[in-house]
Design a protein around this ligand. Structure first.
Ligand code: AMP
Length: 222
C-alpha cells in the first residue's frame, strides 16, 4: 500500500504515520525528518535547507524529489509506504507519479487531515519530543506522566524543533495554503482523496484512518 498523509504543519501527520508503521509495517518516508537528519549531520544540503526551514519556506523541489527517489527504492519498503510531508507542491506530486510508474506501482490513497488554522499555532508552539526515542509531547495537551521523564523509554532529555515557534508557523501555514493545498484537487479528480477530521482526538483520527485503509484494502482485493 502506498499512502500520502496531507495536511498543514501540526495536523498530526507524523503522529499518525508512526502509528501506521507500528500497526501495518509501512515504511514512513518523512521529508522533514530526512532534512533534519541532514542538518544534524552538518551536510551542505542540511545547511542550505536549514535556512529555508527556519524561515518557514519550502526546500526546492529537485532537492526533495532526489531525496525521495533514493528512499523509495530501498529494500525495506516491501509492506508499503506512508509519505508524510511529501508531496508539498504540484511538481513534487507529478514527480512522485513518475517515480511510482517507473516502479510499476501507484498510489492507493491520499488522506487529508483537516484542521483549523487557529488551532495549529497552539499545537505547534507547545510541542517537543524525547531526544532518545522521538516520542512526541506537548506543554499543555500531552505531558509525560512523570514530569521530565519520557513515558516510552524513560529518557530525560527532550528537544524542540527550531521551526516550531509562533512566528515560523505563520510562514509554514502560508506555504501550505499557497503551494500545498492546491494539489488537493489533483488527487480529488482521480478519486484518491479522503478527508479525516484532524481536530478530533488522535485516537479518533487513528480510527478514521484505519476505516479508510481497510476499505481501500478490501477494494483492491475485490
Ligand atoms: P515537516 O517536518 O514536514 O513539518 O517539514 C519541516 C520543514 O522542512 C518544512 O517547513 C520545509 O521547510 C521543509 N520540507 C519538508 N518536506 C518538504 C517538501 N516535501 N518540500 C519542500 N520542503 C519541505
Amino acid at each position: 500500500m502506498i499512502l500520502i498523509l496531507l495536511g498543514p504543519p501540526g495536523a498530526g501527520k507524523g503522529t499518525q504515520a508512526k502509528k501506521l508503521v507500528a500497526k501495518r509495517g509501512l515504511s514512513q518516508l518523512s521529508t522533514g525528518e530526512m532534512l533534519r537528519a541532514e542538518v544534524l549531520a552538518g551536510t551542505e544540503l542540511g545547511a542550505h535547507a536549514k535556512r529555508l526551514m527556519d524561515a518557514g519556506r519550502l526546500v526546492p523541489d529537485d532537492v526533495i524529489t532526489d531525496m525521495i527517489a533514493k528512499r523509495i527504492e530501498g529494500p525495506d519498503q516491501r509492506n508499503g509506504i506512508v509519505l508524510d510531508g511529501f508531496p508539498r507542491t504540484e511538481a513534487q506530486a507529478k514527480a512522485l507519479d513518475e517515480m511510482l510508474a517507473r516502479h510499476h506501482t501507484k498510489l492507493d490513497a491520499v488522506i487529508e487531515l483537516v484542521v483549523d488554522d487557529n488551532a495549529l499555532i497552539d499545537r505547534i508552539s507547545g510541542r517537543y519530543s524525547c531526544k532518545k526515542c522521538g516520542a512526541g509531547y506537548h506543554d499543555h495537551f500531552e505531558k509525560p506522566k512523570q514530569a521530565g521523564i519520557c513515558d516510552i523509554c524513560g529518557g530525560a532529555e527532550f528537544i524542540r524543533r527550531a521551526d516550531d515557534n509562533a512566528e515560523t508557523v505563520k510562514s509554514r501555514l502560508q506555504s501550505y495554503h499557497a503551494q500545498t493545498a492546491p494539489i488537493l484537487p489533483y488527487y480529488r479528480h482521480r478519486g484518491l482523496l479522503r478527508q479525516v477530521d484532524g481536530m478530533a482526538l488522535p485516537i479518533e483520527v487513528e480510527h478514521q484512518i484505519d476505516g479508510i485503509l481497510d476499505a481501500v484494502s478490501r477494494s483492491s482485493v475485490a
